[in-house]
Design a binder for this molecule. Structure first.
Ligand SMILES: Nc1ncnc2c1ncn2[C@@H]1O[C@H](COP(=O)(O)OP(=O)(O)O)[C@@H](O)[C@H]1O
Ligand SMILES: [Mg+2]
Length: 251
């Protein structure tokens, strides 16, 4: 089996005249953790949205495990095994943690909205939801309404919902955004656990977190891929030092 789980070829997406993602060719190796870096507006979220099928590309192609997924809708891509979390929380506040995960698990099943399903598949769905809650560290909160939890726990639940879909590859858009130091540490630990069994593509501004989990970095500026490589390679890159680190200091 190929070591490349996901690849893009000349992937582009424009919004009017703006090239949000501009001719990005990138390969992701199975089982590694990738951090996508770049200043605000660089096109990081748009790239993730393209990979997850939230939006369609204007040009180029995407392959996942040797299958062309370029124009597949988000639900089909999720069913193939690409999970994603959002920059803003995406949970149902009036549902319990378990119910949120069960809904997510159900979305992975083909024909999930049919009324008559064999009991086994419901059992499987429940087991998958339980396992996801355990993995994301929220088993104790199983029957707690999502809205009754802290912001950090809600973000954890969101990762649990993604896990409930049984993905091989996880797309995470700023999983630490808005979290306090303690919550951040918890989620960094969670990411390290997930990294043992998944390929991760992560957008994150917290460089401590990036260095703690990432095997490879991809740096974007103005929609373009500026550099990819190991942490050491990217740190040594002149292009990155000039463009990205310069922009970073302006924050
Ligand atoms: N739906 C959209 N419509 C118009 N412009 C958009 C849309 N989504 C993103 N953009 C623009 O595309 C560029 C890249 O945005 P984004 O991918 O969110 O950047 P990042 O996540 O790196 O901060 C920005 O200039 C942003 O304003
Ligand atoms: Mg973003």
């Amino acid at each position: 089996m190929s070591d490349i789980i996901l690849e893009t070829q000349n992937l582009s997406r424009h919004f009017g005249a703006l090239m949000a993602v501009d001719d990005v060719t990138l390969q992701f190796e199975r089982s590694l953790v990738y951090a996508v870096l770049g200043p605000n507006g660089a096109g990081k979220t748009t790239l993730i949205n393209l990979l997850s099928g939230e939006i369609l590309p204007s040009g180029g192609s995407i392959r996942f495990k040797d299958q062309d997924i370029t124009n597949l809708p988000a639900n089909a891509i999720s069913q193939l095994g690409i999970g994603r979390s959002f920059q803003k929380t995406n949970i149902f506040p009036n549902f319990t943690c378990f119910e949120n995960c069960r809904l997510a698990a159900q979305s992975r099943m083909k024909g999930s909205f049919s009324f008559f399903k064999p009991a086994l598949s419901y059992r499987q769905i429940n087991q998958q939801a339980e396992r996801a809650l355990e993995m994301c560290g929220l088993s104790m909160r199983c029957h707690t309404l999502a809205q009754a939890m802290s912001y950090g726990e809600q973000r954890q639940l969101e990762i649990g919902m993604m896990l409930a879909t049984g993905p091989e590859l996880l797309l995470l858009d700023e999983p630490l955004a808005g979290m306090g130091a303690d919550e951040s540490l918890k989620v960094i630990e969670l990411l390290r656990r997930l990294a043992k069994e998944h390929t991760l593509i992560l957008i994150e501004h917290d460089m401590d977190a990036v260095f703690a989990v990432a095997d490879r970095l991809a740096v974007m500026v103005n929609g373009r891929l500026l550099e990819t490589g190991t942490v050491a390679e990217v740190r040594a890159s002149k292009a990155v030092q000039e463009a990205y680190l310069g922009a970073e200091e302006e924050h």
